[in-house]
Ligand binder design. Sequence first.
Ligand SMILES: *Cc1c(COP(=O)(O)O)cnc(C)c1O
Length: 218
Amino acid sequence: MAVNKENYHKIREELDANNVQLIAVSKIKPIEDILALYDLGQKDFGENYVQELVDKNSNITNKSINWHFIGHLQTNKVKYIANFVYLIHSVDSLKLLQEIDKQGKKNNRIINCLLQIYIATEETKYGLDENELTDILNEVNFGNLPNVSIEGLMGMASFSDDLTKVKQEFQNLRNIKSKYPQLQTLSMGMSQDYKTAIEEGSNMVRIGSLLFGERNSK
Ligand SMILES: *Cc1c(COP(=O)(O)O)cnc(C)c1O
């Protein structure tokens, strides 16, 4: 399925007007689709699977793409993406953050991270609660993790048509973020709910199917 350029321009305009950054979620989509959007000026792409991201990164040369890792990240796989990943959205444990720090050190770089907060009512979604968030931020403030930089928070709302409920979940995340002025980025909103997310203060949305068409599940 081809890239939807019309949607891209429309969404891009809408986001630019609100100072919201667009992450084009290209998981399971071919490299040609990524390059088609890149040619329209899109630089930030999001991927969910380590092996797929590693393959795409090594097969796309001479382009300045910012790769965002947005899927669930296993500790033992951090090492494969540590030398090039631009922002990891899905940090959901101190153990994972410690490993990212360790790999950052090995690669002589500081790796940008978002902490994923659990806001949905579904049991399948990963994420930290507020106590765990506080613990991790304390650890970072102590200076124990010099090779990571916590840029903000990420959350996924319930997969639901009930936008009132979704709005409430986004509101919840916005309120949590507002307690930590050092956190700049609020990554929330996908194809289905990005408009609601922007109303609730999102400044980074992760959009896949509206740009690349529906996915066959992996
Ligand atoms: C797949 C995915 C998206 C994009 O989903 P769409 O509904 O296709 O826009 C955004 N965020 C995360 C974490 C995802 O896994």
